[in-house]
Design a protein around this ligand. Sequence first.
Ligand SMILES: NC(=O)c1ccc[n+]([C@@H]2O[C@H](COP(=O)([O-])OP(=O)(O)OC[C@H]3O[C@@H](n4cnc5c(N)ncnc54)[C@H](O)[C@@H]3O)[C@@H](O)[C@H]2O)c1
Length: 348
Amino acid sequence: MSVVRIVVIGAGVMGRKHAEYLDASERGELVALCDSDSRAGALAAQFDVPHFFNHVEALDLSAPDAAIVAAPTQLHEEIAMACIRRGIVPLVEKPIAATLDEGRRLVDEANAGDLPVLVGHHRRHHPRVQQLRQLVTGGAIGRLIGVSLLWTVKKPDDYYDVLWRTRPGGGPVLTNIIHEIDTLRYVCGEIIEVYAATSSETRGFEVEDSAAITLKFAGGVVGSIFLSDATPSPWSYELTVFENPAYAHAAGNCAFFFGTKGSLAFPKLELWRFAGNGKQGWHEPLLQENLETDDADPLAAQLAHFCRVVRREETPVVSGEEGLRTLAATLAVLTSGREQIPVRVQPA
Ligand SMILES: NC(=O)c1ccc[n+]([C@@H]2O[C@H](COP(=O)([O-])OP(=O)(O)OC[C@H]3O[C@@H](n4cnc5c(N)ncnc54)[C@H](O)[C@@H]3O)[C@@H](O)[C@H]2O)c1
């Protein structure tokens, strides 16, 4: 089978990572790097590929089968559209677009051309997240009642030296919690309504630094997320799952799933149920079972999947429609925080 030819557009933090994974891949080949910043020329030289300043030239001159769009979110629609119109399959980094309208246009264009789109919610490719979903949807804890998730971290103070991060849209909800929301949708089903109390008291910027979010899922499941990026705390996906060694490691859990027959802590996959004698109630002892866990690099798995999507061997695990629904729920959190009212999630 021939190797999938891929151009990376946007060679910043995420694009560089994608280029490194491609460089190590047997299924995909990096054919060009595109970045409007001339400093990307040196990076392209390291990978021995041409550097383009403009995505149109990159797409027209490097003849790729596929493109990874890792430019700033505001450019996702324009760049992905250019790919789609040329029949080049895009992997669009998350969020799929800056607004629902932009995302919708992109997805409609892809549907019209019968072209797949993969959105970079890479956590869905993590074996533990997949195990979690299988356990919850497969009935290991009975019928799902609810979920409670913590995303509590301390971002270094100089993280906020970058001005756009201190302004609305640059905060943890759209940057980080979109990952949690996507994972919760994957595991618990569709989010239909949200309410968020947000606070910027700790850091004092315009943008939120903390929030308490309540979630209503279809089918009566309810959930909560507490987040803060200003507290020394080990309870986050980043520190407990530890898929990225750039973060510190903490061996705890960050999310708890509650069902009619048991409960489950993630990512350690600790399952709590009553003993098998049929008796239930808070006087009865609960048994803890530590389930086998599996780890593999989700970015490498995502790239392998992307290559199969480009070959039409698989359909996208995170399609454009899925990316849109995750964006819709995340934007609803921001709207609710701003207006202090419960917000129904728009069908995207
Ligand atoms: N999946 C994840 O976990 C994850 C993590 C971080 C970022 N992201 C997403 O990846 C995207 C990029 O984020 P980042 O942190 O790498 O940003 P970044 O600022 O580090 O990189 C963006 C790059 O795009 C380049 N660029 C700007 N305009 C361009 C244009 N017109 N054409 C080509 N290149 C252009 C910039 O010069 C820069 O090098 C965002 O959408 C972000 O949300 C995803």
